[in-house]
Design a protein around this ligand. Structure first.
Ligand SMILES: *Cc1c(COP(=O)(O)O)cnc(C)c1O
Length: 426
């Protein structure tokens, strides 16, 4: 073996996986079992007391899921990861380790519509308060910091308009405030952006999207950068204080730079329960093997489609950071030089009705609420994913009434453009 560190595409295929030691199986087997036999009573006791690592029960961990966790941790440059049932489950589990009732976290206003709902409504019932900030105005994050702030949450490439967030600038605010920066890296994937390289402390994903990549399996993951010191000021008791669930151990003291991933597993996943099925982990692992190929093709296709739309007379504007004229193009060149992602929006001169009409006329594009599939997808956010918001909030989050969102797949770009041309012209 050479001393060369493996590159991204090599890690996408190999990280975390070994031929199965019992059977020699080369693909990662689906360990479709709920539970694992202990060697003896001492072994069982040491597993339950966190003195030894090993498999107990699939709600807490599973060998198929472990390969997925190791692979995504390697791709993101983190110390450890925890796979869960969905992207939303990842968000709940992360914040449960950080927040006490009455605490606050600051979130960028431009987010996946489901995250806006989760933060605004579901989290309120836990006593977790979201404070919104504007990712285009870094000082709005600074102004939002209070003594009860426990985290800052942003998307690297933000839904729905594909805008690029200045991760380094916001990480400076988080550092000054003494709170971790959480980055939802779903729309970028680590192929385009590795938030940890830019100061993120925790990365979350909906694996459902580009990582799985085929629109067939839900999943989520949490990656621990291993960079945050949880012991200062008693702000994060889940990590710094003795845990009564585990004979009084302190997680940061015991597990060091992967304490956060451990907390998410042994306090979050164990007790809240959103475990990922090993079958879904297998599907997502298979998807990740081709992530670099798919993502590059999807970005290249997206740029061609965005350029076509920008020149079409029925189109009022196109928001794609990969276009030289886009207001996020500078940030795209810095953070995502390989491509500005495959999800973006455009607006139609004919407003809301034209948006609804276009969606109904497209044939190759599937009209549905997802992104990051091999297939090209379309949705009109104002009447679907963002319909819960009032008009002002829709516009602020990039989902105004005339806006259509595309997620570009791996088809031939000429076919995608022809489909849009017939639907716009009709
Ligand atoms: C889909 C999505 C989520 C939620 O993920 P699920 O797997 O659907 O729970 C969170 N963030 C972003 C950016 C998403 O696109």
């Amino acid at each position: 073996m050479s001393d060369r560190l493996p590159g991204f595409s090599t890690l996408a295929v190999h990280a975390g996986a070994q031929p199965d030691p019992t059977t020699g199986a080369r693909a990662t087997p689906i360990y479709q079992t709920t539970s694992f036999v202990f060697n003896d009573a001492d072994h069982a006791a040491s597993l339950f007391g966190l003195q030894a690592f090993g498999n107990i029960y699939t709600r807490i961990g599973n060998p198929t899921n472990a390969v997925l966790e190791e692979r995504v941790a390697a791709l993101e440059g983190g110390t450890a990861a925890l796979a869960v049932a969905s992207g939303h489950a990842a968000q709940v589990v992360v914040l449960q380790q950080l927040m006490q009732p009455g605490d606050e976290f600051i979130a960028a206003r431009k987010l996946y519509g489901g995250s806006i709902n989760q933060f605004t409504h579901a989290f309120k019932s836990f006593g977790w308060n979201v404070v919104w900030a504007d990712p285009d105005d870094i000082s709005s994050f600074e102004r939002a910091v209070t003594p009860r702030t426990k985290a800052i949450f942003i998307e690297s490439i933000a839904n729905p308009a594909g805008s690029i967030t200045d991760i380094e600038a916001i990480s400076t605010v988080a550092r000054k405030a003494g709170v971790p920066l959480i980055v939802d890296n779903t729309l970028a994937s680590p192929y385009l952006i590795r938030p940890i390289d830019h100061g993120a402390d925790i990365v979350v994903h909906s694996l459902t999207k580009f990582l799985g990549g085929h629109g067939n399996s839900l999943g989520g993951i949490i990656v621990d950068a291993g960079t945050f010191d949880w012991s200062t000021g008693g702000k994060y008791p889940m990590l710094s204080e003795p845990r009564p669930e585990y004979h009084g151990i302190r997680l940061q003291e015991t597990f060091g730079n992967f304490a956060f991933a451990i907390a998410c597993r042994v306090l979050g996943l164990r007790d809240l329960g959103p475990a990922l099925s090993p079958f879904n982990a297998f599907m997502i692992l298979t998807g990740i093997e081709t992530l670099p190929l798919r993502m590059q093709k999807q970005c290249d296709n997206a740029k061609a489609v965005a350029e076509f739309l920008a020149g079409h007379p029925a189109v009022a504007s196109v928001s794609y950071a990969g276009l030289a004229s886009d207001k996020y193009n500078q940030l795209a060149r810095k953070y995502a030089p390989k491509g500005a992602g495959a999800v973006f929006t455009f607006s139609l001169k004919g407003g809301y009705d034209a948006g609804v009409n276009l969606v109904s006329k497209l044939q190759l594009f599937s009209h549905l609420a997802n992104v990051g599939d091999t297939r090209s997808l379309v949705i009109h956010p104002a009447s679907t994913t963002h319909s819960q918001l009032d008009d002002a909030a829709k516009i602020k989050s990039g989902a105004g009434p005339d806006v259509v969102r595309l997620s570009i797949g791996i088809e031939d770009k000429e076919d995608l453009i022809a489909d849009l041309e017939q639907a716009l012209g009709a």
